[in-house]
Design a protein around this ligand. Sequence first.
Ligand SMILES: NC(=O)c1ccc[n+]([C@@H]2O[C@H](COP(=O)([O-])OP(=O)(O)OC[C@H]3O[C@@H](n4cnc5c(N)ncnc54)[C@H](O)[C@@H]3O)[C@@H](O)[C@H]2O)c1
Length: 399
Amino acid sequence: MLKIGMFGAWRGNSYIKLFQQDDEIELVAVCDKNTEKLKEHQDEFAGAYLCGDFDEFVEEGKKRGMQAVFLANFFHQHAPFAIKAMRAGLDVVSECTAAGTLKECVELVECAEETGRKYLLAENYPFSTANLKMNQIISTGALGSLLYAEGEYNHSGNNDELRYYTPSEFHWRAWMPRTYYITHALGPIMYMTGSVPKYVCGRAAHSDLLYEIRDWRHNYDGVGMMFCEMDNGMIARCTGCTAMASDYSRYRVVGDRASVEWASGFGDDKVRKFYFHHTKPEDEEPITILPADLSDLGEEGEKAKSAGHGGGDYWITQEIKACFLHGKEPFFNVYRAAAMSATAILGWRSCLNHGENLKVPDFRVKEERDAVRDDDLTPFPDENGEGVTLPCALPVEKK
Ligand SMILES: NC(=O)c1ccc[n+]([C@@H]2O[C@H](COP(=O)([O-])OP(=O)(O)OC[C@H]3O[C@@H](n4cnc5c(N)ncnc54)[C@H](O)[C@@H]3O)[C@@H](O)[C@H]2O)c1
């Protein structure tokens, strides 16, 4: 039985529902500084200890046998709480992103090494049904040498939706540069190809539409695109989270023998597999359109159907148990998690400097950590609006 605590009960609530359906997980404590909301929903927390302060959550949670915490607090504040939790003897599963600065990437990795605690990033998009289908095909080796991959995550909204997701003046969603929400675009590429970025360059483009709401959303670029050299020799292009006029996300992996791709937004999820005539096995067609259906995955697939993000949240819950209860090494371990945050951070620096090519540190190597150990530049203000050391949008040129 895994006894877990939830820190942050907004996004956290979707996982709480999944934990409550799982015989091997017990929710023992929930912490959110919005204690009114906690009280409102207290029936849903089934006897878990409720509070608004992290230290109290850890102390009271541990009294109730808490072994691990799920961090679903603000996007850019995960690393300090992950470190506190690991130092208190708890394992950590963290929502994206792992860390808000390069300095925090180093601190997070070194804390996991020093304490020996388990750490897992809850990046769920690699486990959406169609991405799992792509991964199934890629892992047979059918694509040959991997050459190129694309991951595009689009998520925008009208002003009412943007307001709803930006509940306060200094909320992270109002200050986040376009490249920073990288994990839903880069995570699937890394998972399917088993690779990690070594270099990144990026470019962003200003949006006149978003500039209209600049008084309360200061990140008015519409797109941030990154181009990476990966450690397996392939190249990859990925977004952060864009506000492009497109209602879907898309993924593509290309080899020298075949390629696979899919995009949401065309009805049922389907994966397209392509072979050249000269590379095609005899029993295959040049083009095959494959349904991405969880039913292919048996009983587990059926259970995943009702979970959020194309079943991705269900598979993350299974991954949490496999790692924390049964000792499995997670794919998104602390090193790969830190590499994703660093790619986003450096991708943004590159955007601000006309696409400069920057080295992504390999956080397993001390010398590479030393090079960024004191780098704490951030576009995010603290709760008083202080502390910003980087712009969160491109400079606006008068037309
Ligand atoms: N993987 C996914 O599909 C997915 C989907 C949605 C959100 N997320 C991630 O989940 C995280 C949370 O996002 P959200 O949508 O819930 O919005 P949010 O960041 O506005 O909400 C965070 C919640 O944590 C609480 N909180 C923050 N700091 C706290 C503190 N110091 N003490 C106590 N409570 C605190 C807030 O009161 C709030 O209820 C973000 O990292 C986001 O990127 C991931």
